[in-house]
Design a protein around this ligand. Structure first.
Ligand code: ADE
Ligand code: ZN
Length: 350
């Protein structure tokens, strides 16, 4: 399947990818050399001395997303490795490079439109001005559209494990750059951080005309209640999309609300199978799809998920959910329907 020509050639839309989650070992090593920043990993701050050691550290990510601590000195939680990569992004050129590297890969996979997430609080708290981040991303988006035939709009995520009081100032700091930002999301460690904590900022964002989404990761504590809050309450009358939201498949009433409100789900199967059985994962994806819920398939944090990009995620569901080629086309049609591109682009996408 790994050279499935149909999947390769399919024009794609990717709606769930964290730009900071696309930082490959090569890029991490390059940035560390460029800025003279020594690389360290994990709570023990183990030094990494080569690109190969970075690659090994990525391979040794252990534990569920949000797991409290890594087992053993050479293993790291996802969030330790992920946020460790932020420190290397120092100037506009770095944000530009990170995004361009993703867009180039997207072009190779025939991704024609994407809505990457970014986590500004992880940068502004290190003293990086918002302007530096946004100028880099904007320039990358312009280049990708002009040279790579990849269109993009950005989604700013609020870090749910940061203090709630930081959410509104972060939102307001983003407003001068809203020409490239289409939506507001909620990510990072979900444990005991329900979406309801962030009603105020999402209500404001909705009133200001932004689209709304929130992570409800697979098999998290209180996942059904978190999904319920997102579909019924977030921003007043519920969000436009859920990132993950797979556990809705366990509750007919959640599935019904999602279908009635035409809420899209962005699923990233390569992440789920690292922590859950294939049966648990693919039966739910099938069930949601067969119920007519608008699911789409994406990569999430491809650099940290054994280098599995959206193409691999599609190979995986084709094989494990037994999706036919016309069903794979339907997945892309779902993405067209739930994405936040301009209507002209949506009409022209085939
Ligand atoms: N931020 C980046 N990747 C994430 C993920 N997979 N889940 C929650 N927050 C994230
Ligand atoms: Zn995600």
């Amino acid at each position: 399947l790994s050279n499935d020509k149909f999947v390769q050639g399919l024009p794609k839309i990717e709606l769930h990818v964290h730009i900071e989650g696309t930082m490959t070992p090569e890029l991490r090593w390059y940035l560390s050399q460029r800025h003279g920043i020594p690389l360290r990993a994990g709570s023990d701050q183990i030094p990494l001395f080569s690109e190969e050691e970075v690659r090994q550290a990525y391979k040794n990510i252990r534990g569920r997303i949000g797991a409290a601590s890594a087992e053993g000195r050479k293993c790291f939680t996802f969030f330790e490795i992920y946020y460790g990569g932020f420190d290397l992004l120092q100037c506009e050129e770095d944000f530009f490079l990170l995004a361009v590297c993703y867009f180039e890969r997207a072009a190779d996979m025939n991704v024609r439109y994407c809505e990457p997430f970014f986590d500004p609080q992880g940068h502004t708290r290190r003293g990086i001005p918002f302007e530096v981040i946004m100028k880099g991303f904007k320039r990358a988006s312009e280049l990708a559209e002009r040279k790579l035939n990849v269109k993009s709009k950005w989604i700013m995520c609020i870090l749910r494990d940061s203090p709630v009081e930081d959410a509104m100032p972060t939102y307001e700091a983003m407003l001068p750059y809203r020409d490239v930002i289409v939506g507001i999301g909620l990510d990072s460690d979900e444990l005991d951080r329900p979406p309801s904590l962030f009603h105020e900022v999402f209500k404001r964002a909705r009133d200001d005309g932004f689209k709304i989404t929130s992570h409800c990761d697979f098999n998290q504590k209180n996942t059904h209640e978190h999904i319920r809050q997102v579909v019924e309450e977030l921003s007043g009358n519920g969000a436009d999309r859920i990132d993950h939201g797979m556990n809705a498949a366990d509750r007919p009433e959640l599935m019904e609300t999602i279908r009635e409100k035409d809420i899209g789900l962005t699923l990233s199967p390569c992440g789920y199978v690292r922590h859950s059985s294939e049966e648990e994962v693919f039966s739910r994806i099938r069930k949601l799809f067969d119920a007519g819920i608008k699911i789409t398939i994406a990569s999430d944090d491809p650099a940290y998920m054994e280098d599995n990009w959206v193409l691999h995620a599609l190979y995986l569901v084709k094989e494990k959910c037994n999706f036919s080629n016309s069903e794979l086309v339907q997945l892309q049609k779902n993405a067209v329907s739930i994405c936040w591109a301009d209507e002209d682009f949506k009409d022209s996408f085939s």
